[in-house]
Write a protein that binds this ligand. Structure first.
Ligand code: DGL
Length: 267
């Protein structure tokens, strides 16, 4: 395995760009290839076999076209469905993500934690097992935010629709007096400000992007795969039918300080 090969990253859509940003800040000399399976988003309402098939097609594409040295599944939903299968098939290191329950449990004083995640993540056995290991000490309240991923895929991050959909999902958490909210879907990182404002910044918001970037750094070191490049160059693929996708990607990335190519020619 060559150290100069890129890291592959994928998500059902643009949500995992929030993870790409964190990995880029921590490891600016690594090249990243990102695949957004936007045409099939959301994954959160699909069954495991569909998500496993898509995950394998995406990783085959990354291997065939970019010879990736490591994979990050920048999607809580796809991690829950497909990480086991992907680890059986491919021999490079694979890092997944799951809602940050352990840090949320530690941060909560009231021992009441809210979790925003997709239906797929909330209903997965991996997630139930994770919650079970902490539910003796803490009460967890989950909200599936149905429809939010679709709005974010359209580049809406502070529209009225997003704000009112979020309100509907946050009111029950407010009523339960949670003092910590976990963003358990990578798309939701882009609406973190709205969640913060809703609670008047009186709660702690926890997400997993930085932890995944740190884990990526650790694993690269462990396998002696750290890049010698001075600076990484990134490629972002999306199979969205939306012809504005390139500008949606760039607006979600905000004031990014890295070079990337945008490609729509894959499926
Ligand atoms: N961004 C994804 C996650 O972290 C998937 C959202 C979806 O496609 O439903 O779960």
């Amino acid at each position: 395995m060559n150290k100069s090969f890129p890291i592959g990253i994928f998500d059902s859509g643009v949500g995992g760009l929030s993870v790409l940003q964190r990995i880029n800040s921590k490891l600016p000399n690594e090249s990243l290839v990102y695949v957004a399976d936007s045409i099939n988003a959301p994954y959160g309402t699909k069954d495991d076999s569909f998500i496993i098939d898509r995950s394998i097609s995406i990783v085959d594409f990354l291997v065939a076209n970019h010879q990736i040295k490591l994979l990050v599944i920048a999607c809580n939903t796809a991690t829950a469905s497909s990480i086991g299968k992907l680890r059986e098939i491919y021999d490079f290191p694979i890092i997944g993500m799951e809602p940050a329950i352990k840090p949320a449990n530690e941060a909560s004083k009231s021992k009441k934690v809210g979790i925003l995640a997709t239906e797929g993540t909330i209903n997965s056995s991996k997630f139930s097992a994770l919650l079970d290991s902490y539910s003796g000490e803490t009460q967890f309240f989950t909200q599936p935010c149905i429809g939010l991923v679709e709005l974010i895929e359209r580049g809406q991050i502070d529209s009225h629709e997003v704000i009112s959909l979020l309100k509907k999902n946050l009111i029950p958490l407010l009523e339960h007096n949670v003092d910590v909210v976990v963003l358990g879907c990578t798309h939701y990182i882009f609406i973190k400000k709205i969640v913060e404002n809703f609670f008047n910044s009186e709660i702690t918001i926890i997400e997993t992007g930085d932890a995944v970037a740190m884990q990526t750094q650790r694993v690269l070191k462990e396998f002696n795969l750290e890049s010698d490049n001075l600076i990484g160059h990134h490629t972002i693929y999306s199979n969205s039918k939306n012809s504005n996708m390139n500008s949606i990607v760039s607006s979600l990335l905000g004031d990014y300080d890295f070079l990337y190519d945008f490609q729509s020619n894959w499926c």
